[in-house]
Design a protein around this ligand. Structure first.
Ligand SMILES: *Cc1c(COP(=O)(O)O)cnc(C)c1O
Length: 431
């Protein structure tokens, strides 16, 4: 195939030759970064295949079960595979876990009892956990059940405040929650190595404290996972990284046998635990999604770096910066105006395989104090391992961009976002 065929394909999709060539020039500088991402994906692909081979995955594991789901060998074996991938004693991987927040809620409420205290040594947790913990009052929060909460904020430079953490760990501190990804906050995301140091520090002060890592958006970004460096539980959503875009629902908790048993009793019922929970025919998607996840994550990472490289060159501040190491798949781009946020999101939407004809508009989403704009054309509703962008319409007018099941789709989405900004007269490409 020649170069002109590719140009004409992009033109057919709505990307002008000038935008395409601008993108290609930026890409030239990213080859070594992309090679490093491919190498991590290669390593993690091996890790997943080795776990599947060790557990002798075969076609009988893909069978559907219904009702109670007793003797569901496909489900039980998938949990052994996850435990081997994350190097933990046990795993709970279920479609009955409805989302990441639910998985985290199960892990917290199963391992904290009345009178216990929860500590976050990395500042405020993800938004949806505020009501789970009771930072904002809610029926059924941990606070309502007599579990208290403490928080040690990060230092202004984003590093751990070890003095504050030492001060806040006390007799009642039972569980420490560490969020790997910044989510939609402005702090940095943490490397697995940094998390390992924090775990060692906390366990040094209190050896029997349990450590849970909110692993959302971090899986397979690095060769190690927090469970390799002492976390008692790692927790995440299957409609993010580890579902590989194929899982239509679900969450996972991998960790020590003791912690995971408690999670299973909390999720189903004391005495029943992991023995019940039909797989409803989802095993092919769960196995195959996990198998694809390392390469899907690699595509999303390339997209994040490509976006940062394009927009930083055009003068828009990016978090993380284009040249920074990645610890998750989220990219924030500060566009500086409502109009630019709308144009960016319209580009992402127009590049989607699903709902490409829809025009995103800012709207007053419940629970937010400003309008929010969202772009997503996903096979699975709300799936943020698929290419998506969103952000609150307020200063500094930043969009959060993530996902992409293939690198080529992520690339198209970013080029299309730039196309819309150029067409709106908000960006002028250098000659
Ligand atoms: C997405 C996310 C969650 C919550 O997951 P949902 O599936 O949206 O409930 C929690 N923590 C972090 C860091 C996340 O990125």
């Amino acid at each position: 195939m020649n170069f002109m065929e590719l140009i004409s394909m992009y033109e057919q999709l709505g990307v002008s030759r000038a935008v395409y060539e601008y993108g290609e020039a930026v890409l030239q500088g990213l080859r070594t970064r992309f090679d490093a991402i491919d190498q991590t994906a290669e390593y993690n692909q091996g890790k997943v295949i080795a776990a599947m081979q060790k557990n002798r995955v075969n076609a009988t594991h893909f069978a559907a079960t219904t009702g109670y789901g007793y003797d569901d060998e496909g489900r039980d074996n998938l949990e052994r595979v996850y435990a081997d991938v994350f190097h933990t004693e046990a795993a709970l991987v279920r479609p009955q876990i409805t989302c990441g927040t639910h998985a985290l809620t199960v892990a917290l409420s199963a391992n904290l009892l009345p009178g216990d205290e929860l500590l976050s040594p990395v500042g405020a947790p993800y938004d949806t956990l505020e009501k789970v913990i009771g930072i904002r009052p809610s029926p059924c929060s941990l606070a309502e059940y007599g579990v208290t909460y403490q928080q040690a904020d990060l230092k202004p430079d984003g590093s751990f405040d070890y003095d504050a953490i030492r001060e806040k760990i006390n007799d009642r501190t039972k569980l420490i929650t560490i969020q790997r990804s910044k989510g939609y906050a402005t702090r940095p995301s943490f490397s697995v190595h940094q998390i390992g140091e924090l775990i060692a520090f906390c366990k040094g002060l209190k050896p029997d404290v349990k450590i849970m890592v909110d692993n959302c958006y971090g899986e397979f970004v690095e060769p190690l996972e927090p469970s390799d460096l002492g976390a008692d539980m790692v927790v995440g959503s299957l409609i993010k990284n580890p579902g590989g875009g194929l899982a239509p629902i679900g969450g996972y908790i991998c960790g020590t046998r003791e912690c995971v048993d408690r999670c299973a009793y909390r999720l189903s019922a004391p005495g029943l635990g992991q023995e019940v929970g039909a797989n409803l025919g989802l095993m092919p998607a769960f196995y195959q999604g996990l198998f694809l996840s390392p390469t899907v994550v690699a595509g999303a990472l390339k997209g994040a770096i490509f976006a940062a490289s394009i927009y930083e060159k055009l003068g828009f501040p990016c978090v993380p910066r284009a040249a920074e190491d990645r610890h998750d798949i989220i990219q924030a781009v500060t566009l500086g105006s409502r109009e630019a946020m709308v144009a960016f999101c319209r580009g992402i939407q127009a590049a989607a395989p699903v709902d490409s004809y829809v025009t995103p508009e800012p709207w007053a989403m419940p629970g937010y104090d400003s309008d929010v704009i969202m772009a997503a054309g996903a096979f699975v509703q709300g799936s943020s391992i698929e290419l998506s962008a969103d952000g609150p319409i307020r200063p500094p007018y930043a969009v959060y961009f993530q996902g992409g099941l293939t690198w080529y789709h992520a690339k198209l989405g970013i080029l299309m976002s730039l196309q819309k900004l150029v067409e709106a007269g908000l960006v002028h490409l250098p000659e």
